[in-house]
Design a protein around this ligand. Structure first.
Ligand SMILES: Nc1ncnc2c1ncn2[C@@H]1O[C@H](COP(=O)(O)OP(=O)(O)OP(=O)(O)O)[C@@H](O)[C@H]1O
Ligand SMILES: [Mg+2]
Length: 334
């Protein structure tokens, strides 16, 4: 379109100059012709741009629609008994193995584990050992290849997925923030929550302080993907969102990795005080984060290497002692 426009201008100047020399037209007429022509061609250029934006939009909407229309493979299995054991917030893994079907490698093997209602269970282990995979079986993001996972005594496959995910709250390893206000980002946890509930969730997540320091407090807009906030601030907003939901089971997948130890300790103290009846499963890399948990599970190569309190593990588990020593060394060199 630009080439057409410029060639047309050159053409008019050429034809116009010949005609001016012959005395047929005035120079002003040629100038007017150039102006009119550019205006018309500019209009056509805009039209062409609208068409290209439109076709791009249509391609994107087709793609989005295909994603939205995808049927989930996770469905309620009516044949299984939905008879629970009456507990509220218990989790049990029975001989669970797990394989990612796309590459076929076995990530978890022979997992047996019970978590009591209200208990704080920490999961620790090397990167890539299967911690995130283990907890993703509880809200049934994936199905176990063998064995079964029970929530409140009911096989997770017997639940309506929506009902199961009402009970289980996961604060993902990488949480998304959206480009709306801080308040709305937290309220996503439970859209019907009152202002007071939002504030108390933010206070427990140790986010209240920095939110109030923002220029517009809770009404401060967050940039796309939370880019206007620090890593730790983003994590605390995601934690506040998870706490607001008030599920029976709360899973933190490395959700406090960007917090300093003091803030993290204050968060866990608030959790133990205000969310005592909620079952908490906490994945962490640092031993300092999990020392105070009721029980610590050490995951090694997809199996449970040891399980117990910090002191028990220090005595009995070489894998745990290894992690402890390496972190102590890191601290010393730092
Ligand atoms: N969606 C996936 N598809 C296929 N393989 C996966 C997928 N997610 C993880 N894996 C593989 O499963 C193994 C365990 O991954 P997982 O995410 O559970 O580790 P992790 O213990 O949470 O690690 P980190 O501490 O780094 O978060 C890894 O070897 C990884 O390559
Ligand atoms: Mg992980």
């Amino acid at each position: 379109m630009n080439i057409v426009l410029n060639i047309a201008v050159v053409g008019i100047i050429y034809v116009g100059s010949v005609q001016i020399q012959e005395g047929d037209v005035a120079p002003g007429t040629v100038m007017a012709a150039i102006t009119y022509l550019s205006q018309i061609l500019n209009g056509m250029m805009m039209l062409a741009m609208i068409f290209s934006t439109l076709s791009r939009g249509m391609a994107s909407s087709r793609r989005l629609q295909a994603v939205i229309d995808t049927e989930s493979e996770i469905r309620q299995e009516a044949s299984l008994s939905a008879e629970g054991d009456g507990s509220r917030g218990s989790v049990r893994f029975e001989n669970v193995s797990f394989v990612y079907t796309d590459n076929g490698t076995e990530v978890l093997h022979g997992i047996n584990l019970s978590v009591a209602p209200g208990e704080t269970l920490a999961v620790i282990g090397a990167t890539g050992c299967g911690k995130s995979s283990l907890v993703s079986l509880i809200p049934r993001f994936y199905d176990a290849a063998e064995g079964r996972v029970l929530v409140d005594g009911v096989d997770v496959r017997a639940y309506d997925p929506a009902a199961l995910r009402e009970k289980v709250t996961v604060c993902l390893q990488k949480s998304e923030l959206f480009s709306t206000t801080i308040r709305d980002n937290i309220a996503l946890g439970r859209p019907s929550a009152s202002e007071a509930e939002i504030r108390s969730a933010a206070a427990a997540a140790q986010a209240d302080g920095f939110i109030l320091q923002q220029p517009e407090g809770y009404d401060t807009p967050v940039a796309e993907r939370g880019m206007s906030l620090s890593g730790g601030q983003r994590q605390r907003i995601a934690i506040a969102r998870a706490l607001l939901k008030r599920g029976e089971i709360l899973i933190f997948d490395d959700s406090t990795s960007a917090l300093d130890l003091k803030t993290e300790a204050a968060l866990y103290e608030a959790l133990n005080r205000d969310y005592a009846d909620v079952t908490k499963i906490i994945i962490a890399q640092r031993i300092a984060s999990v020392r105070s948990a009721d029980r610590i599970v050490v995951l090694d190569g997809g199996t449970i290497a040891a399980c117990g309190t910090h002191d028990q593990l220090m005595r009995t588990s070489p894998v745990y002692r290894d992690i402890y020593d390496s972190q102590l060394r890191e601290e010393a060199t730092a």
